[in-house]
Design a protein around this ligand. Structure first.
Ligand code: BES
Ligand code: MN
Ligand code: MN
Length: 460
């Protein structure tokens, strides 16, 4: 009955997603504020049609969140579905093969049955919409086994900074037994996995100021501090020859993973050759003594995300810039605290500045790392659901990405999360030509109701 409903409506589900992908809900860019709001409004209509009640567009200090619920029986458990309808900026737009907000379906090697190309296709409109459509299918066929609440926010890609106040304010309204999030990935379409941890994030912007104006690089070059040269060597010194971060105290709170977890990771079906090939590399580079899976999940790291200054236009202009800037992210693991890390960074960065330049460090948003349990009812419900639809027991694996609300929900509301995502590493999220496999979209819609069924059953 439920599967028949999905089968009969799958074309419409896809068409609705395509329509949502046309709205450029870019949370980081204030020029798109109206589109972000329009996206919230369209989504709330779709949720209402799916059968959600008490729909509300809740304002925050920034972009609003969309709430809806369906309480069938207060004595039954409640699943809180979290997702985000905002997307990353599409830049650099010229590297897209088709418009980032003009969705097209194309076949790829990884997705022979087709994938939908658009910003947000996988992260997170496509995945969030699987939840809405799975709910619709359960609801319309009388198969909803427990209560559902939806929080779909519009500020995940900018750090969910206003969400904490809202969830504190609405703590009763948002109360639930478990949080279900489809905003992560699986190892491959043949090998399902469940994300069991996320890294935290400390994000800082730095500025180095030298001379009071841009200078002729011939007349002054050789005698003055060049902010771009200085910034480059300061940044280069943040990692040593072993790939370790040199900020004093940076590793103090890092929780070492157990040998058991390391063995598990070593046995995960991961191919270094395929990993490198897919991103066009011949070699990896990272902290010595750890595997790629470890380096990108249970170890912290530091990366420049952008750097600018001086002349970057066409041709050659001879100039020593007055200023140089960079945006730097640090991915954190349990039990690192992002505010403490931002502080340590700031102190260290200021201390290594050579005489003659001024250094300014501005911390941006952050997020706490999170680990989710694997020995819980909810993990079992998720694992059994995937086993049923993929024909294989999913591998538990921590991810290197960040979703700050996971730790926040646990800290503020005391609710644990199940990360039930279906994206692939090759889906190019945050990159040009982001896409989401139709296989993955439909697999999610098929698997999510099984989670609900298993969870309601196991909670009895
Ligand atoms: N959905 C991603 C995070 C993710 C992707 C986790 C794949 C695991 C697997 C999320 O939208 C994201 O991009 N988060 C940001 C953090 C935020 C504070 C800007 C990130 O990780 O950069
Ligand atoms: Mn996301
Ligand atoms: Mn994202």
């Amino acid at each position: 009955m439920l599967n028949t409903y999905i089968e009969e409506n799958k074309e419409r589900f896809l068409q609705e997603l395509i329509d949502l992908l046309k709205i450029p809900s870019i949370s980081a860019d204030s020029n798109y504020k109206d589109d972000v709001l329009k996206m919230a409004q369209e989504l709330s209509k779709r949720m209402e049609e799916a059968g959600a009640e008490n729909i509300e567009i809740i304002p925050t200090g920034g972009h609003p969140l969309v709430y809806g619920d369906k309480i069938i029986d207060p004595s039954l458990p409640t699943v809180l579905v979290y997702g985000h309808y905002d997307v990353q900026p599409p830049d650099p737009v010229e590297l897209w093969d088709s418009g980032p907000f003009e969705p097209v379906i194309k076949k790829t090697d990884v997705h022979p049955e087709g994938a939908i190309f658009a910003r947000g296709a996988c992260d997170d409109k496509g995945q969030m919409y699987m939840q809405v459509k799975a709910f619709e299918a359960m609801n319309k066929t009388g198969n909803l086994p427990c209560n559902v609440k939806f929080i779909i926010e519009g500020e995940e890609e900018v750090g969910s900074e206003n969400l904490e106040d809202i969830i504190k304010k609405y703590a009763d309204k948002f109360s639930a037994d478990v949080i279900l999030v489809s905003d992560t990935g699986i190892l491959s379409n043949e090998t399902p996995s469940i994300t069991t941890g996320l890294r935290g994030l400390s994000y800082v912007e730095v500025e180095v100021v030298g001379p009071n104006r841009d200078l002729h690089s011939g007349l002054y070059g050789g005698a003055v501090p060049n902010p771009l040269n200085v910034l480059s060597s300061m940044i280069a010194s943040l990692k040593d020859e072993h790939g370790r971060i040199t900020i004093p105290g940076f590793y103090d709170d890092v929780e070492e993973v157990s040998q058991e977890e390391r063995d598990l990771m070593a046995n995960a079906p991961f191919s270094k050759a395929d990993y490198l090939k897919e991103i066009g590399l011949t070699s990896s580079m990272g902290e010595e003594g750890y595997t790629i899976l470890e380096q990108t999940s249970v170890r912290p790291t530091l990366d420049v995300n952008g750097m600018w200054g001086g002349y970057t236009g066409e041709g050659a202009k001879t100039v020593i810039p007055s200023k140089a800037n960079a945006k730097i992210s640090m991915r954190l693991v349990p039990n690192q605290d992002y505010e403490k890390i931002s502080d340590l960074f700031q102190k260290h960065f200021e201390s290594i500045a050579p005489e003659g330049v001024k250094v300014k460090v501005t911390p941006h948003h952050g997020g706490e790392p999170a680990v989710t349990p694997v020995d819980s009812i909810e993990y079992k419900a998720a694992s059994n659901a995937m086993e049923e639809t993929f024909g294989k027991v999913p591998v538990p694996l921590r991810s290197g990405g960040s979703i700050p609300i996971v730790a926040m929900f646990e800290r503020v509301l005391g609710i644990k999360t199940v990360l039930f995502g279906f994206g692939l590493g090759s889906d190019a999220i945050h990159s040009p030509n982001e896409h989401y496999g139709l296989f993955n979209f439909y697999k999610g819609i098929e698997t999510i109701p099984l989670f609900f069924r298993n969870y309601a059953e196991l909670k009895k």
